[in-house]
Every structure is written in C-alpha cells, then in structure tokens.
Design a protein around this ligand. Structure first.
Ligand SMILES: [Zn+2]
Length: 165
C-alpha cells in the first residue's frame, strides 16, 4: 500500500475519460489499496483513480459511517431531490464552490473481485458519489460552480449565515 501523489487541476490526466475495468486482478486490488491509503492520508471524503494518474473507472468514497466504499465501473442508476452546498476537491486544494447535486443517489458498481454492488446514500455521501464519478469522465466540480471561494471566505459566509439564523 502506497500513498500516492494527488495530481492538481492543471494535470491532463484529470481531463480525460477513464477506461472501464475489465480485469479484476491484483493490480486492481493494489490500485484500490493505494486510493484508500492516499484518501486517508489526505483526510478527504473521496478519491478517483485519475487523481493519482490512473485512467481507470475506479474510485473510493468514505461514507458517513466512515466505511471506505470501493467502486469499480460505478454508474448512478437513480437520483432524487436536490441539495446545494459547498464542495471541494483534493485536486484543487484550498478552494470551494457552491454546487447543486441530487439529495439521494443509487450507484451500481463492482467490487475488487468483479461482484456487483449497489449503494444508496443521501446528503454528503450522495454528493461525493456524484463528484467522484464525474472525475472518471474527465470533469471537475468547478465546471458546475460559479466563482470559487477560499477557506477563509467560506468560514466567513458560514459564520454570517449562522448569525442570521
Ligand atoms: Zn475531486
């Protein structure tokens, strides 16, 4: 298991469509282990293979029970509702944007052995599923956000909202 370097937004690997996984071999297991180790080290909620330079349809998402969900060839099969909130990315550190996402999504994928898995999640984890799956198509959240905010600006906005509430 290795902590890998997380590529930043300018890197061409983040702007390409990733290939589906067809062999469920040791190499895939190692990729998933590296993604989880790198995600834990960065204290993020999700990490997709292209963020460490591997153009495969693979990502890892930490859900609200702090389980690390391994998703191979993930597809969103249904979505419900809407949420609007701040989103950030390990490939664009220190910046946040306001992005609309479904409130609840169901994702079908495969596990590291090729078995079908299905996850239904709401809120932050639903947001995270959408964000990571977008990475596999070479897209990043800022394409959907208006302007981006620094951490200090976000803190200020949240504090103001709290005072007004
Ligand atoms: Zn991201």
């Amino acid at each position: 298991m290795m902590i890998r370097k997380i590529l930043q937004k300018e890197d061409p690997a983040l702007h390409k469509v990733c290939h589906p996984v067809t062999s469920f071999d040791r190499k895939l297991g190692a990729l998933l282990d590296d993604l989880t180790a790198t995600l834990k080290d960065a204290q993020g909620l999700g990490l997709a293979a292209p963020q460490i330079g591997i153009l495969r349809r693979v990502c890892v998402v930490m859900d609200e029970d702090e389980q690390y969900l391994e998703l191979v060839n993930p597809v969103i099969v249904s979505q419900e509702g809407e949420q609007e909130g701040f989103e950030g990315c390990l490939s664009l550190t220190g910046m946040y944007g306001i992005v609309k996402r479904p409130m609840k999504v169901t994702v079908k994928a495969q596990d590291r052995h090729g078995n079908p898995v299905e996850y239904e999640r709401e809120g932050v984890t639903a947001r995270c599923f959408c964000h990571e799956i977008e990475h596999l198509d070479g897209h990043m959240y800022y394409e959907r956000a208006g302007r981006l905010f620094t951490e200090a600006e976000v803190d200020e906005m949240l504090q103001k909202a709290e005072e007004e509430a």
